[in-house]
Design a protein around this ligand. Structure first.
Ligand SMILES: Cc1cc2nc3c(=O)[nH]c(=O)nc-3n(C[C@H](O)[C@H](O)[C@H](O)COP(=O)(O)OP(=O)(O)OC[C@H]3O[C@@H](n4cnc5c(N)ncnc54)[C@H](O)[C@@H]3O)c2cc1C
Length: 253
């Protein structure tokens, strides 16, 4: 099999991020809804309340998402994301200047130079369709595999990327059918999260969310959403994968 003009392959995994070229070359689905995000890193900087994720709601600066400050392993991570709409791209420096000024009364980082910057787009419309074709599948951002609520895609990219590698190996060693059929059915559906995103997109209110975030139920819900343990590399999960493998039709039962 020869695809994309780059040589023959027996199976192709498209894990090339939000602007997936593999998907477009194979005529697979593409994300059409995105957030644009920018994050500064401040190595060595500290925070008074370092055990908290500090969230900032601002319909103007971070429409459709939030701004955040958190203590990381080496310092601080500070960023924001907002819905990417037709009216112009996010200008990372301008957006961060405005955000840093806004949060200065509580966390003033304006005197520090960031030691790292990352920016990019984040798919937020759910898993693309179709996400696979015979002997090919997408995974991670290329598959739109990002939580539409938290915009977190690292966990799902790792979890399903690892499982996809195993599934393809099983296929190539004739231990399982082509994973483009059975494996992609394990991808997250994000049904509730897509609904929440729709509601947030249409009814985002700074007043309401600031109030909600100060209530105990909302804080508990937020801590579950952002901090629950998902166990990507738990041994139990690896066993579950092995059990979930469908046998090849021609294998002995
Ligand atoms: C500012 C920002 C902050 C974020 N913060 C978080 C967070 O806190 N938590 C979280 O869970 N998620 C976060 N995300 C989302 C997260 O980064 C992505 O969901 C995750 O990185 C997806 O991983 P991936 O491997 O699918 O794609 P990517 O990380 O985009 O990796 C794709 C790779 O493919 C490579 N590639 C592309 N085209 C080609 C080609 N033609 N040939 C060779 N290589 C190619 C790229 O160079 C890249 O290395 C954030 C995103 C942004 C933009």
């Amino acid at each position: 099999m020869k695809w994309l003009g780059s040589g023959p392959t027996r199976f192709l995994i498209g894990a090339d991020g939000a602007r997936a070229r593999v998907a477009s070359a194979l005529g697979l689905g593409a994300s059409s809804r995105f957030l644009a995000g920018v994050e500064y890193e401040y190595a060595g900087a500290t925070l008074a309340e370092s055990d908290k994720l500090h969230c900032f709601i601002d319909r103007r600066l971070a429409r459709g998402y939030i701004g955040w400050v958190l203590a990381s392993v080496n310092g601080l991570q500070v960023g924001l994301a907002r819905r990417l709409e037709g009216r112009g791209a996010l200008k990372p420096n301008e957006a961060m200047d405005a955000f840093l000024s806004k949060i200065a009364p509580v966390i003033d980082l304006r005197g520090l130079a960031p030691t790292g910057v990352r920016a990019g787009i984040i798919p937020c419309g759910g898993v693309v369709q179709p996400v696979a074709a015979p002997r090919a599948l997408l995974v991670g951002d290329a598959a739109g595999m990002v939580s539409p609520v938290t915009a977190g895609g690292i966990h799902t990219a790792l979890k399903h990327g690892l499982a996809a590698g195993n599934a393809v190996a099983d296929f190539l060693y004739r231990r399982a059918e082509d994973p483009s059929g059975w494996f992609v059915q394990s991808y997250p559906k994000f049904r509730v999260k897509r609904l929440l995103r729709l509601l947030f997109d249409h009814f985002q209110s700074d007043l309401a969310f600031n109030w909600l975030l100060s209530t105990r139920p909302m804080r508990s819900a937020a801590s579950i959403v952002y901090f629950h343990h998902k166990g990507v590399f738990d041994p139990v999960q690896s066993n579950a994968r092995a059990l979930a493998l469908p046998p090849r039709q021609d294998s002995p039962s």
